[in-house]
Design a protein around this ligand. Structure first.
Ligand code: FAD
Length: 108
């Protein structure tokens, strides 16, 4: 079976970093690429119960792909849903805190 912790850390790193460098105001092509990425991820993610819950969460909360800040905040909230499910602390989804972690100064 997959190492869900390593897979999760790596996937969140990819997603938050990609969002941090997403256009401030995304053109239509970038928006549809991001919708495709997130939908495909929710279908293909190789931890089946994670994928099922992520699909449900995405249906309740459709992604904001209009630009960098909205996308980062949306992803942070999705990650917090998982944090809560796993009994972990919530992350501060303010843009300054997100930039500090994922754009300006990665710590790991
Ligand atoms: P992670 O949660 O992987 O976080 C990595 C780093 O991101 C943290 O050190 C912190 O600096 C930063 N961070 C934390 N929270 C946020 C946030 N809200 N916004 C921005 N940055 C943040 N695991 C399960 O056991 N069951 C599941 O159902 C499950 N579902 C998942 C669904 C998805 C879509 C993904 C990508 C992962 C899922 N995981 C699931 C894995 C889980 O979220 C963690 O990745 C894993 O438990 C390892 O946790 P960690 O403590 O190393 O840090």
């Amino acid at each position: 079976p997959p190492d869900t912790a390593l897979l999760g850390r790596s996937t969140w790193t990819f997603l938050h970093t990609t969002a941090a460098y997403y256009p401030l105001q995304a053109p239509p092509q970038a928006q549809s690429n991001m919708i495709n990425l997130l939908s495909s991820l929710s279908l293909l993610y190789p931890c089946s119960w994670c994928a099922t819950d992520f699909q449900k969460d995405m249906r309740r909360n459709p992604p904001d792909v209009t630009g960098r800040e909205g996308l980062m905040k949306w992803l942070c909230e999705r990650h917090n849903e998982v944090n809560t499910k796993l009994g972990k602390d919530k992350f501060d989804c303010g843009i300054q805190n997100l930039d500090k972690r994922w754009k300006d100064g990665p710590e790991d």
